[in-house]
Design a protein around this ligand. Structure first.
Ligand code: GDP
Length: 458
């Protein structure tokens, strides 16, 4: 079975009830489905890209629903194939009936339910989107903050891809010059100077550094950070979690797969999502369900990006030792020391000698802690003009590979003409690594991994 020629059908709107629900169909020929679902008369009136208000019919010609039909003939559609959209009412049952009807009437053209991400996979295979853009579609849908959504749109609109392409093109040009010289050995000695190869390479390295910086910032936006609150019982971990979350006015959606239980809250600071893990929940328990939640919190705390060590300032004046309640978090990322309950101890709020003094109960000093969390995250802000684009681990790895190739190229260049061939080869490898970002050459495995994580109907 060649899955890429089947006609695919899916409910494109989110499960549940809504004002509007959309069934989307994509394939080479949708004539049978259009006439079957709309009836011959309405099908004849359906114009490309014009909404037609009509009934959607079952096999007996009875209305399943009524709504708008939209036809996007190939290649001017999301997938690059002919696409039909049926906008009906957003009820789960009516949409399922309409979906089943489209599949039944499209049997002759191999109509079947779409797999997750299959519409976008076809858009990629038909060159409507490159791989980084296709990934950006999923990242936009999954974006947890407004800043993350803006980064995803930037990637979707091709900013990331264009930057990677431009850099790859400049490397390829330099390689072509190098290889031309290789054919004339007597000129090699002068090549590096004549072609200004050193300066060109330096410019490419600088451009790559800038690209990596933007991508790293984007990865931060996409992934957010895990923050573990550790400290002895009653120092105020839960209170601090609530104080931080309570000040948060933005709505942050939970990452897929995590449940909103009492141990975790996600807050947003300057567009970056911080998931706070209250390790007060990490106590011994015999309840098997609670144990699962605790195990998850413990693992998350152990691998946290930032550990907030909380001390009761009133009880421990002058004692700055680390509480030993979470030894397995010892190797984790950035550490912030916080003294709580200054309303009792009388210490002023603020940052002194690397310690944040605050009162979780009264809210004094919470803003300072938020600033410190943001600083610890490494977030530089959405600087105007050169915006951040959402990047994935896959992209960061490709950029890292390109960077090490260019480093090698630089040392070959420094060694002079004798190593020109190696110099050219490193340039080729760096350009290939950049090509991986947009998917110039992509294995089926990689495509399966990327598109398999999409929702159905996208
Ligand atoms: P946890 O066990 O570390 O999670 O600590 P809790 O957040 O449950 O707090 C323990 C006790 O300290 C509670 O009675 C809180 O009301 C109190 N508490 C927490 N923060 C403050 C604070 O800033 N000032 C005062 N006065 N009491 C606080």
């Amino acid at each position: 079975m060649n899955t890429d020629v089947d006609t695919i059908v899916a409910i494109a709107t989110a499960p549940g009830r809504g004002g509007v629900g959309v069934v989307r169909v994509s394939g080479r020929s949708l004539q049978a489905i259009v006439s079957g679902v709309l009836g011959e008369a309405a099908a004849a009136r359906l114009q490309p890209r014009r909404a037609l208000y009509t009934a959607f019919l079952d096999a007996d010609g009875q209305a399943i629903d009524e709504g708008l039909a939209l036809l996007f003939p190939a290649p001017h559609s999301y997938t690059g194939e002919t696409v039909l959209e049926l906008h009906g009412h957003g009820g789960p049952v009516v949409l399922r009936v309409l979906l089943a009807r489209c599949i039944a009437v499209g049997t002759a053209v191999g109509a079947r339910l779409a797999e997750p991400g299959e519409f976008t996979r076809r858009a990629f295979l038909n060159d409507r989107l490159d791989l980084a853009q296709a990934e950006a579609v999923a990242d936009l849908i999954d974006a947890g903050t407004a800043a993350a959504a803006r980064g995803a749109v930037r990637s979707l609109q091709g900013e990331f891809s264009r930057a990677a392409h431009a850099l790859a093109a400049s490397l390829t040009e330099l390689r072509a010059l190098t290889e031309a010289t290789l054919d004339f050995p007597e000129e090699e000695i002068d090549f590096l100077r004549a072609a200004d190869a050193g300066a060109r390479l330096d410019r490419a390295i600088a451009a790559l550094q800038a690209l990596r910086q933007r991508a790293r910032q984007g990865a931060l936006l996409r992934n957010g950070l895990q923050v573990a609150l550790v400290g002895e019982p009653n120092v105020g971990k839960s209170s601090l979690l609530n104080a931080l979350a309570g000040e948060d006015v933005a709505i942050v959606t939970e990452h897929a797969g995590t449940t909103r239980d009492r141990l975790e809250r996600t807050i947003e600071i300057d567009g970056v999502a911080f998931t706070l893990i209250d390790t007060a929940g990490l106590r011994e328990t015999h309840d098997p369900v609670e144990r699962i939640g605790i195990e998850r919190a413990r693992a998350a705390a152990a691998s946290a990006d930032i550990v907030v060590e909380l001390v009761d300032d009133a009880a421990a004046r002058g004692v700055a030792t680390t509480p030993g309640c979470l030894p397995d978090a010892a190797g984790a990322g950035h550490r912030l020391r916080v003294h709580n309950k200054i309303d009792i101890s009388g210490a002023p709020a603020g940052l002194r000698d690397g310690v944040v003094y605050l009162s979780a109960a009264r809210g004094d000093g919470i803003a300072v802690l938020r600033t410190q969390l943001l600083a610890a995250s490494g977030w530089l802000g959405e600087t105007g003009g050169e915006g951040v684009f959402l990047a994935r681990e896959r992209h960061l790895q490709a950029l890292d590979r390109a960077a090490s190739n260019l480093d090698n190229a630089r040392s070959h260049a420094a060694a002079g003409a004798a190593r020109l061939e190696l110099f050219a080869e490193e340039l080729r490898l760096a350009a290939a690594a950049l090509g991986d970002i947009t998917g110039t050459v992509s294995s089926d495995d990689l495509l399966g991994q990327i598109f398999g994580r999409f929702c159905i109907g996208k």
